[in-house]
Design a protein around this ligand. Structure first.
Ligand SMILES: Cc1ncc(COP(=O)(O)OP(=O)(O)O)c(N)n1
Ligand code: 3NM
Ligand code: MG
Length: 221
């Protein structure tokens, strides 16, 4: 009998913006350099107010400045929390958490081709439910402590191992990921690593971080 099992595709980087962006045109320039440094599968615009809620005005402003540029670089653009704004910006999809719009509602609004991601935190059950509801990926986290988001819940590597061995739906790992601590998540089976501060605050700058993540993924493939 022939073995038809396919090797798992290489883990890819899922870049998340800083939660606040002061100078949009400086950010656009930095992002352009960052995206040209190596493979980035997707970019999530995650602009938050001090209350942790989406900053619609900032998302609109940054989205108008960077969406087409990122898409031309081959990077899918997702909007955090806001499906309707994703549609208005011509973005590729939306990332939804437990307090956000249901996946099915977003699908009805954005159509079959949109990329819809769903937060699973540390719950295999919530991930299964999101998959049944039509999500295109599920995100487990937080794998490490983070200052980017308050109130995260610790997640174990085993979630990635079990999900990868049983499911076809891609899984994302998130939470405090840096070049230095990423390897176990890759080995455990994350299809994507979602990273904010580990890129934007990298000691050699964000473009160097993208190069270093890609070198790591290549070395573990
Ligand atoms: C890829 C990815 N995974 C998880 C989250 C967290 O989403 P959520 O729980 O809705 O929290 P906020 O990001 O809205 O604060 C994410 N944004 N992206
Ligand atoms: C947005 C987000 N969600 C998380 C979750 O656990 O669901 S952790 C997190 C923060 C991601 O940013 P950083 O890479 O800077 O830690
Ligand atoms: Mg959310």
């Amino acid at each position: 009998m022939t073995d038809t099992a396919q090797p798992r595709p290489r883990t890819r980087l899922y870049l998340i913006t800083p939660p606040q962006i002061g100078d949009v045109s400086a950010f656009r320039k930095s992002l352009e350099e960052t995206l040209s440094a190596g493979d980035v599968a997707s970019l999530q615009l995650r602009l938050k107010g001090q209350d942790g809620m989406i900053d619609m005005q900032a998302t609109q402003e940054v989205g108008a400045a960077v969406t087409a540029m990122a898409q031309e670089a081959g990077v899918a653009v997702l909007i955090n929390d806001a499906a309707e704004l994703s549609r208005q910006l011509g973005a590729d999809g939306v990332h939804l958490g437990w307090d956000d719009m249901p996946v099915k509602t977003a699908r009805a609004l954005l159509g079959p081709d949109a990329i819809i991601g769903a937060t699973a935190k540390n719950s295999y059950h919530r991930a299964m439910q999101a998959g049944e509801d039509g999500a295109d990926y599920v995100a487990f986290g937080a794998f490490y402590p983070t200052t980017t988001k308050e109130g995260t819940i610790p997640a174990e590597l085993e979630l990635l191992e079990v999900w990868q061995s049983a499911m076809i739906l891609p899984c994302v790992a998130i939470g405090g990921i840096t070049v230095s601590n990423a390897a176990p998540l890759v080995t455990a089976g994350a299809d994507f690593l979602a990273v904010s501060s580990g890129v934007w605050n990298h000691e050699d700058g964000p473009a160097a971080a993208v190069r270093a993540f890609n070198a790591l993924f290549e070395s573990l493939a």
